[in-house]
Design a protein around this ligand. Structure first.
Ligand code: HEC
Ligand code: HEC
Ligand code: HEC
Ligand code: HEC
Ligand code: HEC
Length: 419
């Protein structure tokens, strides 16, 4: 009811503006009239005192924020396009819905903790059958603050699902500290929360240990791999290997690089950059992908030796990592290989991954793992290759986030299966 009232008041406000007659001489408050007053009741998160609605809501007046343009860009963002805001139960709503994120904000993100084998982390206390997608008010608080600062810019603990690997802190730019409140591992992954529990990845597992994997979602749930990769951890680091990181990690550690620097660079219409959050995009009238390198080629980054679509630091890296992903995937589909490391040794050999092609898109997934019949890998450490495969595929930049780390994970995994 309160909400309806709000909208009615807001609408009548706009209507009044729209019905204005010819302008008279400026009054005592100047040509813009008096500053708005706090309406005296709470809606949205309340209004900042003396907020001028036109600052953001009148396109030809809004020369500061250009809200209209951000809205157009945002329609093309994965946050809007992908539409998974129906993931609104207590375990999902905290990252997938506007409403769930508000609840976490109000509870205090710093109070979120992680316990292995129990639903934890970014959980909410209630489901939201009526949910809306992540939107302007999720990330900003424009009515209450009167600006577009990010809603929360505090550091975030990035947990890891690997045994004996230590939690790291993401504390880079304030903007990226917001992103990783959702782009972090999902600690409610089925392999942790529903019995029978799948094997917890452990590079120090005994040679006699069998990895039993009861779910095809034996991973960080696409949300954790980007922040973990940029921090150079979260992969299965086989004992004896070295796992270096690229300069991107050092820049993140030095608070000099955030997600927004690459994903929200100077926009190209509504195709890439800005509030589309996209780097790869398809230009109007074309069917081939282009890339917005505006974020890469900044001073202090790649300005002296710019990144180009055909250069070694882009095409070179992505081709190399892409080929290694395919090589590792095919190894795990090759039953003469998997048979060496699967149980039962005598029975029918099974592939560890499968490949589905729907015409335009090719998707890898974990195969032959279910709650009634686990994928059984012996010795367990070989399952590290399967973990790393998903870690790298879900990181989704084909190595750009942290080339050295991704390359090391892939090389070690391929070597491990070929032993
Ligand atoms: C600092 C920028 C800013 C100011 C100032 C501002 N708004 Fe908004 N408002 C937004 C944004 C951003 C949205 C969401 C995008 C949109 O729908 O335009 C929004 C949305 C709204 C909506 C739609 C809500 C919905 O759920 O669809 C109403 C109504 C509204 N504002 C009323 C007002 C009124 C009345 C004022 C002045 C008292 C005001 N706004 C001042 C930024 C602002
Ligand atoms: C409130 C949680 C939340 C915040 C904050 C958030 N994201 Fe997201 N993001 C998501 C979710 C959930 C999805 C997937 C949407 C879907 O599938 O419907 C997503 C999708 C994306 C995608 C598209 C992924 C794809 O596969 O195409 C990009 C890119 C992205 N986010 C970048 C960012 C960046 C950069 C920031 C910080 C500026 C950020 N996100 C902040 C929750 C969030
Ligand atoms: C920690 C925050 C977080 C939680 C909790 C979370 N998600 Fe997500 N989810 C994301 C982000 C971020 C993305 C987009 C990542 C990307 O595209 O790279 C995503 C993507 C997805 C996708 C699209 C990609 C895919 O795997 O097909 C689905 C479906 C999804 N989530 C379902 C769920 C369900 C169901 C739950 C609850 C059981 C859940 N999510 C809980 C953050 C979360
Ligand atoms: C997923 C989080 C997220 C969502 C959703 C989001 N923003 Fe932003 N917005 C940001 C971040 C991060 C920045 C800072 C970008 C930077 O520093 O490069 C920003 C900056 C801005 C700015 C000021 C900087 C500029 O480019 O002028 C405006 C205005 C703005 N957002 C408006 C909006 C509007 C309107 C919406 C809804 C259509 C929206 N934002 C949705 C994260 C978000
Ligand atoms: C150094 C630049 C850089 C930084 C920093 C960066 N990304 Fe990326 N990211 C990329 C590139 C490049 C891709 C691949 C884009 C493509 O293929 O279109 C990508 C892909 C992604 C994707 C897959 C969806 C898409 O648009 O392709 C998501 C989601 C994502 N990044 C999230 C994040 C998050 C969250 C952060 C911060 C924790 C982050 N990225 C930081 C460069 C970066």
């Amino acid at each position: 009811m309160k909400y309806l009232l709000t909208v009615l008041i807001a609408l009548s406000f706009f209507a009044l503006q729209a019905c204005e007659g010819p302008a008279g001489p400026a009054g005592k408050d100047g040509s813009q009239g008096p500053a708005g007053q706090n309406a005296g009741f709470v809606y949205f998160e309340g209004f900042k005192d003396s907020l001028r609605c036109q600052t953001c809501h009148t396109a030809d007046y809004d020369t500061t924020y250009r809200v209209v343009t951000k809205k157009v860009q945002y329609e093309m963002s994965g946050h809007r396009e992908l539409g998974n805001y129906d993931r609104n139960t207590t375990q999902c709503a905290g990252c997938h819905t506007n409403e769930g994120f508000f609840e976490r904000y109000n509870n205090g993100f710093a109070n979120e903790t992680f316990n292995i084998n129990s639903p934890s982390g970014p959980m909410v206390k209630q489901g939201y059958p009526n949910s809306s997608p992540v939107g302007c008010f999720t990330c900003h608080s424009p009515h209450k603050r009167g600006d577009f600062s990010v809603r929360d810019n505090n550091q975030v603990n990035i947990y890891t699902l690997l045994k004996n690997q230590t939690t790291k802190v993401w504390n880079s730019t304030g903007e990226s500290n917001l992103c990783v409140k959702c782009h972090q591992p999902r600690m409610t992954s089925t392999f942790l929360t529903s019995a029978p529990y799948s094997w917890q990845p452990d590079p120090n597992a005994a040679a006699t240990d069998t990895a039993k994997i009861y779910t095809s979602r034996w991973n960080n749930h696409v949300s954790g791999e980007q922040s973990q990769t940029l921090l150079g951890f979260g992969g299965f680091e086989f004992v004896g290997g070295t796992y270096p990181s690229s300069p991107h990690k050092d820049k993140v550690d030095a608070k000099g690089l955030g997600c927004e620097d690459c994903h929200m660079a100077t926009p190209i219409g509504n195709k890439g950059g800005g509030h589309t959050f996209k780097i790869g995009y398809t230009p109007e009238g074309s069917t081939t992908e282009s890339f917005n390198f505006a974020g890469c080629n900044n001073t202090g980054c790649h300005s002296s030796n710019p990144i180009t679509a055909t250069g070694a630091k882009w095409k070179g890296v992505r081709d190399e990592i892409g080929a290694k992903i395919t090589q590792l995937g095919l190894l795990m589909m090759d039953t003469t290989i998997t048979k060496k490391w699967s149980l039962p040794k005598s029975g029918k050999a099974v592939a560890w991954v499968s490949l589905t092609t729907d015409g335009t898109d090719t998707t890898w997934s974990v195969a032959n793992a279910s709650s009634t019949s686990p994928l059984r890998i012996l010795p367990a450490v070989k399952a590290g290759a399967l973990w790393n495969f998903q870690q790298v595929v879900n990181e989704k930049s084909k190595g750009i986030h942290n080339t050295a780390y991704v390359r090391a994970l892939l090389d070690a995994s391929i070597a491990e299966l070929n032993k």
